[in-house]
Ligand binder design. Structure first.
Ligand code: BJW
Length: 243
């Protein structure tokens, strides 16, 4: 695919690059997005209604099973050319931060090192009350209709992810904001740009004078405010950008 010369030049000259990714970057690995076509458990339940503390309160086993299903899906998935291109870009730029909203861990598996997982990682489990990590060999089974329990306090266990209405880790959001505000080029890849605070990072970058680039086959609220839009799947656009 054709990449605008100005964009290629800006990336070559960039001292600092910040990338924000969303579910679309993993779509070509077979991991469903949140707001696109539905497969598997997505057919019957709205993912946006399951990713809430209210859903966990009302039906903890359903939410636990949904994440167990996704964990399995992700375990079997492989990073795609978009993940690999971003890992390669990190090696070419003096300062590079990859901020992801994804909880699938595929960026690290592709070799990216400087990764900020804004919404957590579904590979880890925490106690819903204490918020401390619990490893699988410590899980206390609680029957078929409830999630496993914390070995220390007996509360339900839950995935270590950020649901709607929950606050993000201060450390992670500060790191992401500093990277966005300090970069020369900001790439927004495969995100619908509607969930905050992640969706605000592009405007922070633009305010500081960064070139803002969107990679997404569909229009989003960020499209009109971007300096360049690559209307293509990330697995096509990112390798073309990096080569
Ligand atoms: C491709 C492609 C291909 C397809 N290549 N692209 C300010 C204003 C208004 C509201 C708020 C605000 N601040 C906070 C809020 C409330 C709320 C919020 O933002 N709501 C909006 C929906 C309005 N935010 C929060 O609650 C956050 N907490 C917070 O801010 O705390 C303080 C606070 C609380 C309450 C009120 C005010 C302040 C927490 C947000 C946590 C989001 N959690 C989830 C679940 C994570 C765990 C899990 O994975 O299960 O995060 S929800 C879900 O959305 C998930 C995603 O990370 C996130 C973003 O979705 P994403 O990645 O963009 O995916 P999609 O599916 O939406 O888009 C995919 C895109 O890919 C599409 O555009 C496709 O076109 C594209 N695509 N194939 C490239 N091959």
């Amino acid at each position: 695919m054709e990449v605008p010369g100005e964009l290629v030049g800006a990336l070559r000259r960039a001292r600092s690059v910040c990338v924000l990714t969303g579910a679309g970057v993993s779509a070509e690995s077979g991991v469903p997005t949140f707001r696109d076509a539905r497969t598997g458990l997505w057919e019957r339940y709205d993912p946006l209604e399951l990713a809430t503390p209210e859903a966990f309160e009302q039906n903890p086993r359903l939410v636990w099973d949904w994440y167990a299903w996704r964990r399995e899906l992700v375990r079997e998935a492989e990073p795609n050319p978009a993940h690999h291109a971003l890992a390669e870009l990190e090696e070419l730029v003096p300062e590079f931060v990859l901020v992801t909203q994804n909880v699938d861990g595929l960026h690290r598996r592709a070799g990216s090192r400087q990764v900020v997982e804004l919404h957590g990682n579904l590979g880890y489990v925490i106690c819903a009350s204490e918020r401390t990590p619990v490893s699988p060999d410590e899980f206390v089974p609680a029957g078929e209709d409830r999630p496993p329990l914390c070995p220390r306090c007996g509360s339900y266990l839950r995935p270590d992810v950020v649901w709607f209405g929950e606050t993000l880790s201060m450390g992670r959001i500060s790191e992401a904001q500093a990277a966005a505000a300090g970069c020369d080029v900001f790439l927004s890849v495969g995100t619908s740009s509607v969930v905050y605070p992640a969706a605000g990072l592009a405007s922070e970058a633009a305010r500081s004078g960064a070139l803002v680039v969107e990679v997404n086959p569909q229009q989003t609220p960020l499209s009109g405010a971007s300096d360049h839009v690559l209307r293509a799947p990330a697995g096509t656009a990112l390798p073309a950008l990096v080569d």
